[in-house]
Design a protein around this ligand. Structure first.
Ligand code: ATP
Length: 361
C-alpha cells in the first residue's frame, strides 16, 4: 500500500470551484485501487486566508508543504490583494521559488469537437519558472525592477546555467517519453540577447548531446510566435525562458480553445505542484461556469508524474483513467462549460468526468 500526502490549496475566485472538482475526479480514479491511499491536506492560501488569518501565505502552509509528496495550487488573484500590506503577497512565485520548481510543463492539445484555430495540435511548452525577467522571483534579496530616477525604470533579466539545464532536461525526457516527433524546439532571441539567450542555448545544446535520439531545433521567439499561429502541428516539445514561455503558453492555449483548456505542472528536483495556466478569472467567479478541464488535467499530470517517480504502476493507471474520463467528456460534448459552447456548470462537468472514469474502470 502506498500512501501519498497531497496538499490542496484552493486559491482565489474560481479556485474554490475548480480545485474541488480536480480532487473529486482524482478520488474517483483511485477508488478502484486498493494499494493507493491518499491523505488529502487542505491548506490555507490566497485571499480567503488573508481574510481569516491576515496572510495570503501563512506559516502553517509553508511548514506543511515540505512534508507532502505534491500539491494542487488553485489560481491566485493577487491583483486584488491590498497593495500596502506586506502580508498580502502573491504566493505562487514564492512557492515556485522556495520549492525550486524550475520547470513549468504546459501542454496544448486540440480536440476535434472543440472549436479551435487548428486541429491536430499536440505540443508541450516547458517554461522556466524562477528567473528570466520576472522581478518578483529572480533575486535572492530585493527586486529586479527599480527606478534610479523618477523617469527611468530598469528591469534585470536573469539566466542561469543550472535552471536552463533543468528545463532542457525536462524537455528532452518528455520528448523521449511522448509518442511524438522526437523533437525539442528551443526558443530564444540570441540575435539580440547574445549573452543571456546565448547561455540558455549553449546549455540546451550541451543537454541535447546526451539525447542522440531526439532532434534539437531552435527558433527566434518572434519567428516562433508566428510559426505557432500558422503551423502549430510542426512542433512537439518546446523549451524556453520564463517570459517567452509565459506569453507563448497563453498563445498556445488560445490555439486550442482558451485558458480553460490550459493545464500546467511545476516540477523541480524534489517537489511538484499542479497549477493551471489560467489566472483566477474574477469575471466568472462564483457563477459555476468555470471550465474545470485545466485544473483536472493539471492534477492528472501531477499524479502521472508522481506515479513514474515512485514507480507506482497503480497510480500511473489511475492517472490514465482520468485522461480517459477527460477525453470521453470532450468527445461526447454533453456536459461541457459555456467557454466550450456547452451549457453545463463546473460541477456538472466534473461529475461527467467521474462518470467517464467509471465507464472505463
Ligand atoms: P493571470 O495574469 O493571473 O494569469 P490572466 O490575466 O491570464 O490572469 P485569467 O484570470 O486567466 O487572466 O482570465 C483571462 C480570461 O480567461 C478571463 O476572461 C476568464 O474568464 C477566462 N478564463 C480563465 N480561466 C478560465 C476557465 N477555467 N474557464 C473559463 N474561462 C476562463
Amino acid at each position: 500500500m502506498m500512501t501519498y500526502k497531497i496538499g490542496v490549496l484552493n486559491g482565489d475566485d474560481i479556485g474554490p470551484e475548480v480545485v474541488p472538482v480536480a480532487v473529486s475526479v482524482i478520488k474517483e480514479a483511485v477508488k478502484g485501487f486498493d494499494d493507493i491511499d491518499i491523505d488529502w491536506q487542505e491548506l490555507p492560501v490566497g485571499f480567503p486566508s488573508y481574510l481569516e488569518r491576515g496572510e495570503t501565505l501563512p506559516e502553517i502552509t509553508l511548514q506543511t508543504l515540505p512534508d507532502l509528496d505534491a500539491w494542487i495550487l488553485g489560481p491566485i488573484g493577487h491583483m486584488a490583494y491590498p497593495k500596502d500590506d506586506p502580508k498580502a503577497i502573491n504566493p505562487h512565485p514564492i512557492l515556485r521559488r522556495k520549492f525550486d520548481l524550475m520547470s513549468n510543463i504546459r501542454p496544448a492539445r486540440s480536440y476535434p469537437t472543440i472549436r479551435s484555430l487548428h486541429q491536430d495540435v499536440d505540443i508541450v511548452i516547458i517554461r522556466e519558472n524562477n528567473e528570466g525577467f520576472q522581478p518578483d522571483r529572480n533575486m535572492f534579496i530585493g527586486q529586479a525592477e527599480f527606478m534610479p530616477t523618477p523617469d527611468m525604470a530598469l528591469s534585470v533579466r536573469v539566466i542561469s546555467r543550472r535552471n536552463s539545464e533543468f528545463v532542457a532536461r525536462t524537455a528532452f525526457e518528455l520528448a523521449r517519453q511522448r509518442n511524438g516527433k522526437k523533437k525539442v524546439t528551443a526558443i530564444h532571441k540570441d540575435t539580440v540577447f547574445k549573452i543571456g539567450c546565448g547561455l540558455f542555448m549553449e546549455t540546451v545544446r550541451e543537454v541535447a548531446n546526451g539525447y542522440p535520439d531526439i532532434q534539437l531545433e531552435d527558433r527566434v521567439v518572434d519567428t516562433f510566435a508566428m510559426n505557432l499561429v500558422m503551423k502549430p502541428q510542426d512542433f512537439d516539445v518546446v523549451v524556453t525562458t520564463n517570459m517567452f514561455g509565459d506569453i507563448l503558453s497563453d498563445e498556445a492555449a488560445g490555439l486550442v480553445g482558451g485558458l480553460g483548456m490550459a493545464p500546467g505542472l511545476c516540477v523541480g528536483p524534489d517537489y511538484m505542484m499542479a497549477q493551471a495556466t489560467h489566472g483566477s478569472a474574477p469575471d466568472i467567479a462564483g457563477k459555476n461556469i468555470a471550465n474545470p478541464f485545466a485544473m483536472v488535467k493539471s492534477a492528472q499530470m501531477m499524479f502521472a508524474c508522481l506515479g513514474e517517480k515512485k514507480k507506482d504502476s497503480s497510480l500511473v493507471k489511475a492517472a490514465d483513467l482520468v485522461q480517459q474520463g477527460l477525453d470521453k467528456v470532450l468527445r461526447d460534448m454533453k456536459a461541457v462549460t459555456p467557454d466550450l459552447s456547452g451549457t453545463a456548470g463546473t460541477h456538472q462537468m466534473g461529475e461527467a468526468i467521474c462518470d467517464g472514469i467509471n465507464s472505463f474502470a
